[in-house]
Design a protein. Structure first.
Length: 348
């Protein structure tokens, strides 16, 4: 895991071994001690190319450290050394006799090597100073940096209307162009939102408005409906900056009674999604009327924001930084927020 990160987004923030050679006729010769080359260090493969210890007819050499080379047939001899130092991810290379070498201790991709800035990421929907555009005391003003008015309120296209707050892209490391699968846990508090199309299979918690379970609000693909409610979006891009996937983190089925409720909800889910080596993840919030619901706790349509939710982050690794206040407060308001723990990364 890597260090936690808080990013501010204007008005809305997103805190040389000896080898034994067989005789040409296929009669094995014993290993000479030390280490056999079947288990030398590989920089990107699980083990290096197996050379030593096998006869031309196909003998078997076994390094006591765990790597092995297997020929097509014939009797096997055993070398006394041989320690596979391990590569980064691949299972093994092909030896000269058509054998496979598997290095011991090979390490695959990790959260720290692929998405270090996502692991421990604190994304806070910072409320701007001043009054919300709606005048509702339980709303959070969402304005682009340096402004106190809602832009483009009369734009014909919903996608251009109101505040669009993008964070600095979260970089994806690893091999350029390679696909990695990221498994992460997400906790926090957001409003719920409807999206058109896409795939939103998981149901909401049976305790939708409570704190005992937490809601799974992850959706793959689709587009936001024309609405006053704010979005929470992940846009996955490749190294060229081309978007290859979009995901929503506060989605609910359009038929749900919670689709347009003036309240916030406890979020807790684990999901897996693909990212591209050399690319990035763009986190975005869009609010067409520049006013999102505050984290006020309780039920729909409250008169004040006296009881913000404190969400437990016990068991998440890493923990938020000591500077993180749970629940967050910005400019006197209680914003929506999400926290990320990347559990694992798999890939080539």
């Amino acid at each position: 895991m890597n260090r936690p990160l808080i990013l501010a987004l204007g008005a809305f923030s997103f805190v040389a071994a000896a080898c034994s050679q067989g005789s040409p006729g296929g009669n094995p010769e014993p290993g000479t001690g030390g280490s056999s080359q079947g288990g030398t260090t590989g920089s990107s493969m699980g083990g290096a190319q197996g050379m030593g210890g096998s006869g031309m007819g196909g003998n078997t050499v076994t390094g006591t450290g765990g790597s092995s080379v297997t020929g097509a047939g014939g009797a096997g001899t055993t070398g006394t050394g041989g320690r596979g130092m391990g590569g980064s991810s691949a299972g093994g290379a092909v030896g000269s006799g058509g054998s496979v070498v598997t290095g011991a201790g090979g390490a695959g991709p990790t959260p720290a090597s692929i998405v270090p800035q996502l692991d421990g990421y604190v994304w806070v929907g910072t409320c701007a100073s001043g009054a919300p555009s709606t005048g509702n005391p339980t709303d959070c003003p969402i304005y682009p940096a340096g402004t106190a008015t809602c832009p483009n309120v009369n734009a014909a296209q919903y996608a251009m209307r109101g505040a669009i707050i993008d964070n600095a892209p979260i970089p994806v490391m690893g091999t350029a162009g390679a696909t990695y699968m990221v498994t992460m846990e997400v906790r926090g508090v957001t409003g719920l939102r409807c999206y058109t199309g896409g795939t939103r299979v998981p149901p909401l918690s049976t305790d939708v408005e409570g704190m005992t379970v937490g809601n799974d609000t992850w959706q793959v693909g689709g587009t936001p409906t024309d609405s006053l409610w704010n979005t929470w979006e992940f846009h996955v891009r490749n190294a060229a900056g081309t978007e290859v996937g979009v995901y929503y983190l506060n989605a609910v089925q359009p038929t749900s009674i919670y689709c347009q409720r003036h309240e916030t909800f406890y979020i807790k889910f684990t999901t897996t999604f693909p990212v591209i080596g050399g690319g990035s993840i763009l986190a975005r919030i869009h609010d067409s009327n520049c006013a999102g619901q505050q984290n006020c706790g309780g039920q729909d349509s409250q008169n004040s924001c006296a009881s913000p939710r404190t969400v437990s982050v016990l068991g998440m690794d890493p923990q938020p930084p000591s500077t993180f206040i749970n629940p967050p407060v910005t400019n006197g308001y209680h914003p929506q927020w999400l926290f990320f723990d990347v559990k694992s990364v798999t890939g080539p």
